[in-house]
Design a protein around this ligand. Sequence first.
Ligand SMILES: N[C@@H](CCC(=O)N[C@@H](CS)C(=O)NCC(=O)O)C(=O)O
Length: 226
Amino acid sequence: MTTDNAAPSYILRYFPVAALAETSRLLLTAAKADWKEENPEWPAEKPNQPFGRLPVLIEKGAEDDGSDFVLSESATIERYLARTFGFIPTDLKQAARQEQFRDQHIDIITAFFVSLKSSEAAREEMLENFNEMLDKIIELQTNLVRNNARSNYLFGSSLSYADMVTYAFYRLLFMYAVTHQAAIGPHVASKLTPEIKTFLGNMDAEPMFEKHLSSSGCLAPYLATK
Ligand SMILES: N[C@@H](CCC(=O)N[C@@H](CS)C(=O)NCC(=O)O)C(=O)O
């Protein structure tokens, strides 16, 4: 992040929660980009956002005519940053293999939210949906860790988009234990395999995230849950 007085190259506008901006925060932090976060007054600032929602990324003076490049949609912002800073392979298939995880995460998170809002009769089915997808992704991520056991990462030998997206996903699920439903914390923790716990512990200790995690906290307390 930039110091208060310097003009940053990137501004990330969002609310002061992990949710849809966390992967972008991790990407900007890992890249040591010159960036700062803005938490706009809401809903006063809603009409001033391109799609009326957040997150929004602003890259100062990045358009050909010198104006700011303004981007909406969290997944689009992430992929733009991941490509800008070289955290995603240039090979299309290898990149897509990473990107599919992000889209699955959103389905899982959506299923959780739908379950919260469902009538009692529908809730069970929604939770089943959530658990089925969560179990599947944990199985896939566990296999990635196993198959790449010589490194701390899901793919290859260095930190990539998939690592950040996955770490942000669990940060978000555990955050929901604080903001939405206490039971989801122990529930998710009880499903984590030793491989996923090791992976998340490694992400907690990742030097590239030190600055961000020193203010926002790591996952260690949740990983200790039996
Ligand atoms: N598909 C969009 C969803 C954006 C979105 O729903 N943002 C919410 C916060 S998580 C928002 O801005 N809510 C305030 C509002 O709609 O007024 C994305 O992934 O960026």
